[in-house]
Design a protein around this ligand. Structure first.
Ligand code: FAD
Length: 391
């Protein structure tokens, strides 16, 4: 009898777990996700700033073309009934499982700051990234450009995006004969430095690079509110209709709605096998593990869970979870990146090469080499002129 594995979430953890279980004897797998694509978050900022979305949106079916035991289902799960070992989708369809693997990630958090959710742009999905790209392009092509473009949050996403916007906006401006000295990019951060989780020696160089790109960096500055025309900071308001919110995440509501135990920091409590209870595994951003919040951790978790399922099938003892320290690779503008690999740091062009190799390595975790290379190459393409904006 095949074991019925249901994986919820078509992101890094969910897809990786399914890839590991593909064509494994003894498993029948359903991968359930609301979207038909996998979104490669690490490069979304590039789609928002004029590069091809083909690099970041990979159809889920493409991963499992040759897998006989994987079924991809498009649905959003809203209920988990652990007694019946059954989950339910938003239109009432029920899915039974022997083992449930949850890789549902996080959702954007706005911390109840007035106006932020309503007026900000985001870059957490391909849809949001393309909406921002269209707006940026339209803005300059119709010469209704802003004097200020404001990125809120100087974590990896905010830093990468602000830096890439610096060159993209110049490119679009020149194309539409808008003087490039008419606008400024602001990067606003509530904490005392950029990339709060990384050592100051490392982030100092990134701050220097950000300033060299002409970006105005505001540290220790928490956004107070936002309106259609302004973003309000303590003691200053910046006039802008382009505010991009990258500053916060909160737990996926699926857990609280189904009484799954969370830590105070909003992650799901898991044991040494990444289980929140027997037959329910939690992987990736949702799990309270040491290096949670990174794609590499989500992949590590998924490999771990899949390995233990295979060991169980082979009547072997399960392994205990050991966290794996991720590398950090932060691109900051064209052909410049800061990379932290263990104790070693790399900056500039060398860092950028390492970052591109990291991207390729990540694609290789999911795709055969030819498909990984094709997808990866899209990241080299020049800026696309926004097709949605017809010029
Ligand atoms: C813009 C951006 C840039 C990033 N850059 C990097 C980087 O450079 N390096 C790095 O290591 N990490 C980076 N990260 C973090 C990385 O993307 C996450 O750590 C990783 O995506 C976590 O994987 P996950 O599988 O837990 O969640 P996700 O990849 O977010 O996947 C969650 C999946 O669950 C689905 N889902 C959600 N709710 C439900 C539901 N109720 N039912 C069914 N499906 C559901 C979602 O649609 C999605 O498919 C970045 C994140 C963002 C947003």
């Amino acid at each position: 009898m095949n074991k019925k594995i249901v994986i919820v979430g078509g992101g890094f953890a969910g897809v990786q777990a399914a890839v590991r279980l593909a064509n494994q004897i003894g498993f029948q797998v359903q991968l359930i996700s609301p979207l038909s694509i996998f979104e490669y978050h690490a490069a979304l900022y590039r789609s928002a700033t004029g590069r091809s979305p083909l690099e970041v949106a990979i159809p889920l079916e493409k991963f499992f073309e040759y897998a006989k035991n994987i079924e991809v289902v498009q649905d959003k799960i809203i209920k988990i009934d652990q007694d019946k070992k059954q989950i339910e989708g938003k239109f009432g369809k029920k899915y039974s499982y022997d083992e449930l693997l949850l890789g549902v990630g996080n959702v954007t958090g706005y911390f109840h700051i007035p106006g932020v959710e309503k007026y900000s742009f985001g870059v957490k999905s391909v849809e949001q990234a393309l909406k921002l790209k269209e707006h940026l392009h339209k803005n300059l092509s119709e010469k209704k450009y802003e004097h200020a473009y404001v990125v809120v949050g100087a974590g990896p996403t905010g830093v990468e995006l602000a830096a890439e916007m610096a060159s993209y906006l110049k490119f679009v401006a020149k194309r539409h004969k808008v003087p490039t000295d008419k606008f400024t990019i602001y990067l606003v951060e509530a904490g005392p430095k950029v990339l709060g989780m990384l050592p100051k020696k490392f982030t100092d160089k990134i701050e220097k690079r950000i300033k060299a790109l002409g970006i105005k960096l505001y540290l220790n500055t928490a956004v107070e509110s936002e309106t259609k025309e302004y973003v309000n900071l303590p003691g200053e308001k910046i006039k802008s209709r382009t505010v991009i919110w990258t500053a916060g995440v909160q737990p996926n509501p699926l857990f609280a709605e189904n009484d799954i135990k969370m830590t105070k920091r909003g992650r799901v409590e898991v044991n040494e096998y990444l289980q929140s209870s027997s037959h329910v595994y939690v992987m990736g951003d949702s799990a309270a593990t040491k290096y949670t919040g990174m794609a590499q951790t989500a992949i590590h978790d998924a490999k771990f869970v899949a390995t233990n399922l295979i060991r169980e099938r082979n009547k072997k003892q399960p392994l205990k979870y050991r966290p794996k320290r991720p590398d950090y690779a932060i691109p900051v503008g064209a052909r410049w990146a800061a990379v932290k690999k263990g104790k070693k740091n790399y900056f500039g062009f060398m860092g950028w090469i390492l970052r591109r190799l990291t991207d390729l390595k990540l694609y290789r975790q999911f795709l055969p080499i030819d498909k990984a290379l094709t997808t990866w190459r899209y990241g080299y393409e020049k800026y696309e002129v926004c097709p949605e904006c017809s010029r």
